[in-house]
Design a protein around this ligand. Structure first.
Ligand SMILES: CC(C)(COP(=O)(O)OP(=O)(O)OC[C@H]1O[C@@H](n2cnc3c(N)ncnc32)[C@H](O)[C@@H]1OP(=O)(O)O)[C@@H](O)C(=O)NCCC(=O)NCCS
Length: 265
């Protein structure tokens, strides 16, 4: 059990966007204070809609309530308290901060006379346990489709994004320490893509290395679903949709985390 920690909670105040951009970069990928402000402005957020957790004067956690109209079809709308920006700095997780902030956010929504709360989230992530404990029920309201027209350019962009995220993700830096590997991905419809992680950076390789540390083949559909967390790597392997041709289990484990960019545990 972690040592109990003293934290305080309060609403957003001007200037918090700097610390919020920092923790969001770690939780959701690179962002800047300016983009945070733009996002708040885009939906007319008020300071009292944003709850933050503070330890020793440092902002370490946030939850926001975004009041929205949910469309139920045929011109019927329902006002809902959307829960957004759920994030805690990786050094301060598992101390109950987000659970507490979410309870405050839900009480606040109730005081505002809203009958329900909703949130949209990636599939199969640890945060779901918190949501379920707080009474959220998983409802599938629709499906999202994506089609890649030029996957190699998306792959290159993905590697650039990972490098940007590494600047802010202490947890990823910690986990990747010493993992200097090369990876070859054979995608049926696209061809061979490869990268390596060296000197704390991801590098795209124009030519696949003669002997990669990890090599696997699959189709673009399965790969897309794995990266988006819709299909588990193990299920793809068990159904022969993904074949690992080379790679020690521990190295493959780390690759799976890189693909999802998920580091909670
Ligand atoms: C998900 C996330 C927001 C949780 O934040 P957090 O402040 O660690 O949340 P809590 O401490 O309230 O709860 C986390 C876990 O710690 C446990 N915990 C709470 N207080 C604890 C304590 N004093 N000691 C040990 N464990 C504790 C909780 O029971 C919970 O357990 P669970 O893993 O069974 O759910 C954080 O991990 C995060 O930022 N993840 C990346 C971003 C993300 O996925 N956001 C959600 C997008 S939808």
């Amino acid at each position: 059990m972690e040592k109990p920690v003293q934290y305080t909670v309060r609403n957003y105040s001007k200037g918090d966007e700097v610390a919020i951009a920092k923790i969001f970069s770690e939780c959701f990928g690179p962002t800047t204070p300016r983009r945070i402000i733009q996002w708040y402005r885009s939906h007319g957020a008020h300071p009292e809609d944003i709850f933050v957790g503070v330890i020793d004067g440092k902002l370490v956690s946030s939850v926001e309530v975004v009041f929205k109209q949910l469309h139920h079809g045929e011109g019927v709308y329902l006002k809902t308290a959307g829960i957004s920006g759920v994030c805690t700095d990786s050094d301060y997780r598992k101390r109950g901060i987000v659970s507490n902030l979410m309870k405050l956010a839900l009480d606040y929504a109730q005081q505002k006379g809203v009958s329900n709360a909703s949130l949209f989230t990636g599939l199969d992530i640890p945060a779901h346990r918190i949501y379920q404990r707080l009474g959220f029920v998983d409802i599938t309201t629709g499906r999202t489709y994506i089609k890649y027209i030029d996957y190699p350019s998306i792959f290159a962009r993905w590697l650039r994004l990972l490098n940007r995220s590494l600047k802010d993700s202490k947890i990823a830096v910690r986990k990747l320490e010493g993992w200097e590997k090369s990876v070859v991905i054979q995608l049926k419809e696209v061809g061979t893509l490869s990268f390596r992680f060296r000197k704390k950076r991801f590098q795209r390789l124009r030519k696949p290395p003669k002997r990669a540390d990890i090599e696997f083949s699959t189709d673009l559909k399965t790969y897309t679903k794995i990266v988006r967390g819709v299909v588990q790597w193990e299920d793809a392997v068990n159904t022969d949709k993904l074949v690992v041709k080379r790679g020690e289990p521990a190295e493959v484990e780390m690759l799976k985390r890189i693909l999802n960019w998920r580091w909670d545990d």
